[in-house]
Design a protein around this ligand. Structure first.
Ligand code: SF4
Length: 221
């Protein structure tokens, strides 16, 4: 029985002292994450939204956190930003079924505003606590490339704060046999101030996806 008790983040005990045994497959990880209480975000969200895709995917895409739709459906990348992401992958000639998609933080953080739930950015503590799951997803899948979509994902993946403009487009050694690539989150394209800016940012994002497809031909459609 895998346990990730609330006491863990209250006491600051090391992971290995309280989480035994370590899950070794994506299915085991997903099951264990469903009851995670490593940070306070589980308290208000509907459910843990774990990653999805082939357990041997050559590329893992890492987003920020589930949005409203993802939280309700329990699936990553199904809201408006997810649809934008799907479109960009298709235009870049990437087969979505050959990649694994997940988030740096696996519970929806939000602020209630009337009947709506407004997205709230995860803080450094929450990202760092949830890295326990992301690390294990990368360890189990052993992808050739892990792609961080936005600053939260970059922090989750690289374990440090980065400026996207400084590293965007680079293939960065991450750990044995795994490289990292950093680009923007597709939701930032939706927030562009006008149609022209949106088109320009979208084209840059598709270009990044094309770089990835050239680097890892196994994910091409
Ligand atoms: S956000 Fe991550 S670390 Fe926090 S409770 Fe959810 S799964 Fe656990």
């Amino acid at each position: 029985m895998v346990s990730t008790r609330r006491v863990e983040h209250q006491t600051g005990l090391f992971d290995s002292e309280v989480v035994e045994p370590h899950p070794r497959t994506i299915t085991q990880l997903r099951k264990a994450a469903a009851t995670c209480e490593r940070c306070p975000l589980f308290e208000n969200a509907t459910q843990t939204v774990f990653g999805e895709g082939p357990a041997d995917a050559p590329v893992v895409f890492v987003g920020e956190q589930p949005g409203d739709q993802e939280d309700l459906q329990g699936k990553p990348f199904v809201g408006p930003a997810g649809r934008m992401f799907d479109r960009a992958l298709e235009e870049a000639g990437i087969d979505r079924k050959r990649v694994y998609v997940t988030n740096a933080v696996k519970h929806f953080k939000f602020e209630p505003r009337g009947k709506r739930r407004l997205h709230k950015k995860p803080n450094a503590y929450e990202i760092d606590r949830c890295r326990w799951w992301l690390d294990r997803e990368i360890t189990v899948i052993e992808p050739q490339l892990a792609v961080a979509l936005g600053v939260t994902a970059a922090r989750g993946l690289l374990s440090r704060a980065v400026t996207i403009a400084r590293v965007r487009g680079d293939f960065i050694p991450l750990r044995d046999g795994v490289e990292a690539f950093v680009t923007v989150h597709p939701s930032s394209l939706l927030r562009a101030p006008d149609e022209a800016a949106r088109a320009q940012e979208y084209a840059k994002f598709v270009h990044d996806m094309q770089l990835i497809a050239r680097h890892v031909p196994a994910i091409r459609a």
